[in-house]
Write a protein that binds this ligand. Structure first.
Ligand code: SRM
Ligand code: SF4
Length: 555
């Protein structure tokens, strides 16, 4: 078992928290500050929230001797990223009433609201409950939102696999009633026994835990970037089972090779639902028992996997489940993207994938995206599916309803907006970073669009404007837009400076490497100019940029 001495302070906070209650009730009622008591900052995450402050206003507030402008980011739990039209309508209004109003689609297929003041957390969460939505355990040391391939076009199995995502999600929820008591004013449950949590016990996981299910040939969920990845294996439309991978994770630390990004290692295959659920559960218990609880920087499963070895993991898993994993089945991923525009699925239903720049659904002078999507939702003839590329699919549209939905999308120029986005822009992602993320070293979502405009010109100069190169940016090395799994990654090191990574493959099965460090914009553009010139003249027939870069610069 993991060393129990030198527990990190977070471990002690969790253990002493009375099943994640801590002093959250008092913290929230304290009107003197917009912040929480220190220990509650860690605990509130288990309830789906982060305390943040407006970093753009720090200096001004400090000059006026005011405390930072605190507010909360709140994240929904939506396995597979699906919501109903009524839930969209509710979400639209909740966001408008209690947050900045922006519906932020995340890289893990869900929605975040920003700027929620402490005084309105409870009304926000109560409104979510009325909308049958929850934020439970979307953050914290626990299993997060379970991702599921969002493309109905790909497979008749999609619905079946989506049910797996929901079931895994349910199985790994915490047992505590704290959420209901603190935020929703439910009665305190007298029977403490009902809160006993054999999985999470009193200290939960050593660190966050992430699961994704991919349906080949599309790896839109970036399955190997997850602590636990499941790849559905089918034959002639029939589900045979799942390959299981462990040990994926993106975060690094600048200048510290002990903190690294890693893709998941495939450890085997299971052929029944019962075995799958058992294996998933026990992988969590192994990580719970052996993950590092002293140093949070090396507490993710990727480090436990490398420390103990894959053979040890397989044996331990076999011991806990009582069965052996079968040999993994061959898998071919051919792409990792969203299918923009209209697509029809095997049942004849229609799906419109809308391009949403960096996942931000809002109204601007140029584009009333939020208003348009509200009108779409009000037809009640669609469902919404969020993708892991920060887009939204307007889905399950019947043939006879398609003209109505299409007319709204046309009228609000959303079709033109999607069609006119360049090949690189459609494949690009940036994390949130400034002004809300406390960990940001550089800009990301506020800057990437303008950098992309300059990159588009360089690509066009080399005749590469139609290349679907996957580019991702983050404002720090934590990797929230999975930049290390991109063909080109920009990782913030300081304001206006980024490490340039190249050489990841198109489908998310090879990480990129650092090519140049801490470049400013001018240097980024001239390096890319040089790289694209070489790519245009030296690439092999059909070779994607990432493969070319890996072959030329790292082999
Ligand atoms: Fe992330 C922390 C935003 C996906 C790795 N991430 C944060 C925080 C909460 C900052 C903080 O700890 O205070 C960011 C909030 C910014 C804000 O203002 O909203 C944040 N992460 C995001 C989102 C919203 C980025 C986005 O633009 O979509 C994504 C929300 C996903 C979700 O719905 O749950 C998001 N974060 C990811 C991913 C991608 C993924 O999971 O596929 C990663 C890399 C994969 C991984 O986990 O290894 C990721 N976020 C991190 C880390 C590094 C974890 C580590 O192993 O060290 C942190 C920092 C931490 O946990 O200490 C972090
Ligand atoms: Fe914040 Fe860093 Fe994540 Fe970007 S990658 S949202 S800057 S933690």
């Amino acid at each position: 078992m993991a060393e129990q001495a030198n527990l990190s302070s977070t471990e002690r906070i969790k253990q002493a928290s009375d099943s994640l209650r801590g002093t959250l009730k008092e913290s929230v009622e304290n009107e003197i500050t917009g912040n929480l008591y220190e220990d509650d900052v860690a605990l509130v995450r288990f309830h789906g929230m982060y305390i943040q402050d407006d970093r753009d206003r720090r200096e001004e507030r400090a000059m006026k001797k005011l405390e930072r402008l605190y507010s909360f980011m709140i994240r929904l739990r939506l396995p597979g990223g699906v919501i109903s039209p009524q839930q969209w309508i509710d979400l639209h209004h909740i966001a408008g009433e209690y947050s900045t109003g922006v519906l932020k689609i995340t890289t893990r297929q869900t929605i975040q609201l920003h700027g929620v003041l402490k005084s309105v957390i409870k009304p926000t969460l109560k409104s979510f409950r009325e909308a049958n939505l929850t934020t439970i355990a979307t953050c914290g040391d626990i299993n997060r939102n379970v991702l599921c391939s969002s493309h109905p076009k790909q497979s008749a199995l999609h619905e079946e696999i989506y049910e797996y995502a929901k079931e895994i999600n349910r199985m790994l929820l915490p047992k505590t009633h704290a959420y209901y008591e603190i935020w929703l004013d439910d009665e305190k449950i007298a029977d403490k026994k009902s809160e006993e949590d054999p999985l999470y016990q009193d200290r939960y996981m050593p660190r966050k835990f992430k699961i994704a299910i991919a349906i080949p040939p599309n790896n839109d969920v970036d399955v190997y970037a997850n602590d636990l990845g499941l790849v559905a294996i089918e034959k002639n439309g029939k589900l045979l089972g799942f390959n299981i991978s462990i040990g994926g994770g993106m975060s690094t630390t600048h200048g510290n090779p002990d903190h690294y990004a890693r893709l998941g290692s495939v450890i085997g295959f299971v052929n029944t639902k019962e075995k799958l659920l058992k294996a998933v559960y026990e992988i969590l218990t192994i990580q719970r028992d052996y993950g590092n609880r002293s140093d949070r920087k090396v507490a993710r499963i990727k480090y436990t996997v490398d420390r103990l070895g894959l053979d040890w993991w397989k044996e331990e898993l076999e011991r806990r489940t009582g069965f052996k994993l079968e040999k993994e089945r061959p898998v071919v991923f051919e792409e990792r993207r969203d299918y923009y525009g209209w697509e029809q699925n095997h049942q004849g239903l229609w799906y419109y994938t809308l391009y949403v720049e960096n996942g931000r659904v809002l109204d601007t002078e140029k584009l009333l995206m939020k208003t348009a999507l509200l009108e779409v939702a009000k037809t009640k003839k669609v469902n919404f599916i969020f993708t892991c590329n920060q887009n939204v699919i307007i889905g399950d549209v019947k043939e006879e309803d398609k003209p109505l939905i299409n007319e709204i999308l046309e009228r609000y120029h959303l079709i033109a907006h999607t069609d006119s986005a360049s090949a690189v822009r459609r494949n690009a992602m940036a994390c949130v970073a400034l002004n809300t993320c406390p960990l940001a070293l550089a800009e990301s979502q506020r800057y990437f669009p303008s950098l992309l405009s300059k990159i588009e010109l360089i690509l066009a100069n080399h005749g590469l404007q139609n290349e679907e190169i996957i580019m991702r940016m983050t404002g720090c090395p934590n990797g929230c837009s999975r930049p290390y799994a991109a063909e080109i990654g920009f990782v913030g090191t300081a304001l206006g400076r980024y490490n340039l990574h190249i050489g990841g493959d198109r489908v998310g099965t090879r990480l990129n490497k650092i090519y140049k460090e801490s470049l400013d914009e001018q240097s980024i553009l001239s390096e890319l100019d040089y790289l694209f010139a070489a790519f245009a003249s030296e690439r092999k027939e059909g070779e994607p940029f990432g493969d070319f870069a890996n072959r030329k610069y790292f082999n």
